[in-house]
Ligand binder design. Structure first.
Ligand SMILES: C=CC1=C(C)c2cc3[nH]c(cc4nc(cc5[nH]c(cc1n2)c(C)c5CCC(=O)O)C(CCC(=O)O)=C4C)c(C)c3C=C
Ligand code: FE2
Ligand code: FE2
Length: 343
């Protein structure tokens, strides 16, 4: 798309073209059976847990899937919206809004659907439905701004698994990462500025908490940690925040192995003990609010911070249906749709 304005691209894109927004997925209900189905698929993915199958599957099915579903279901119940799981609600809304934005940009015939890597609507089912409608050009846009083999590459695996069963293949494009895209950074900055204006200014620190991954994955070449650091730096620059006023952390450790550090909750507890009384906390790697932001951060981490002597814990919501974010998605999509015109 170099040298071409996003607004000039694919104005006449025909209806054989679709954008597929892909997110992680979420259980269908906040119940133990729904959690068991979801976690079996998620934690059975070799991109997510890299332990050899023969060792891991007995642990997953014999221990984890017996204990975790009920505990996790209770957590989901505490954040469930009347329309469903927050991750599902926001992701579906983003797809509808993106379709509107692309229409405004002259791309009325480009379809936009959303799909989940785990759970529903299943990625393979969505791709099949598009193909059944005659779509033969598909742009896969994962809702993970930072690339990781645990997430982005897993989406690609699933798409190719579907493709491997096809005689007639559609043409495909994938967005790998947009962790440093100016429109994404600006959308994040807008959520922070809006929060600051509602709160009467910044707190003592801005904590940017990203989902963690095992440290070993990074040692073996996953660029995720570097991409998170770049996002944090660019966001701080956009906000005019000096280094000492923000802190990057990693949350959601799973299992006993070492994950990326510093860990979010211990960092917040340490801040409270050191007299940093007021914190603004955001999760820039999550494009929708979900269990990991609403429960783990805004409930558990909040409680730990206040219990350790912190005075104010101010959570900044994720991008969700923020207009600057949908506009960013529209820009990113158009940049990758370039040339898919004229049929
Ligand atoms: C934002 C990017 C994400 C990365 C990278 C990621 C890696 C990763 N996650 C687990 C284990 C779990 N994650 C869980 C929930 C969850 N994870 C992400 C995003 C990333 N995960 C989201 C958006 C969510 C929330 C989904 C929702 O329904 O709201 C869970 C399930 C919840 C629970 O039972 O606690 C697990 C488990 C691993 C092991 C991993 C990388 C190796
Ligand atoms: Fe996760
Ligand atoms: Fe969690």
């Amino acid at each position: 798309m170099q040298g071409m304005q996003a607004s000039q691209v694919a104005k006449s894109a025909p209806s054989n073209c679709a954008v597929v927004l892909v997110n992680l997925g979420t259980p269908d209900a906040p119940t133990a059976p729904a959690l068991r189905r979801y976690l079996a698929q998620f934690l059975g993915d070799p991109r997510v847990v890299e332990i050899p199958r023969a060792a891991w599957l007995p642990i997953l099915h014999g221990i984890i899937l017996r204990t975790r579903p009920a505990r996790s279901a209770a957590k989901y119940a505490s954040i469930w919206m009347k329309e469903g799981s927050p991750l599902a609600v926001w992701t579906a809304r983003q797809a509808v809004m993106l379709r509107g934005w692309l229409g405004e940009a002259g791309l009325r015939t480009v379809q936009v659907v959303h799909a989940m890597r785990y759970g529903n609507p299943a990625l393979a089912a969505q791709l099949q439905s598009l193909q059944d409608q005659g779509v033969d050009r598909m742009l896969l846009l994962p809702l993970y701004p930072q690339y990781s083999s645990t997430t982005t590459a897993s989406v690609v695996d699933e798409v190719y698994a579907w493709l491997a069963r096809k005689r007639r293949m559609p043409e495909l494009r994938f967005v790998n990462s947009y962790h440093d895209h100016p429109a994404y950074i600006k959308a994040l900055a807008e959520t922070v500025r809006k929060h600051w204006s509602q709160q009467g200014g910044p707190a003592d620190r801005l904590v940017m908490s990203f989902h963690g991954i095992p440290a070993r994955n990074v040692a073996l070449g996953d660029p995720y940690a570097d991409e998170c650091r770049t996002t944090a730096r660019l966001l701080a620059e956009e906000l005019g925040l000096p280094d000492e006023q923000y802190q990057l952390t990693f949350q959601s450790r799973f299992g006993k192995a070492k994950w990326l550090e510093p860990y979010t909750e211990p960092t917040l507890v340490d801040m409270a003990r050191r007299g940093i009384g007021r914190v603004d906390v955001m999760c820039p790697g999550f494009t929708s609010d979900c269990l990991e932001t609403l429960e783990e951060i805004n409930q558990e981490a909040r409680e730990a911070f206040l219990h350790a002597g912190g005075k104010e814990f101010r959570y900044i919501p994720c991008l969700n249906d923020n207009h600057a974010w949908i506009s960013a998605l529209s820009t990113i999509a158009q940049e990758h749709l370039g040339g898919w015109t004229g049929r």
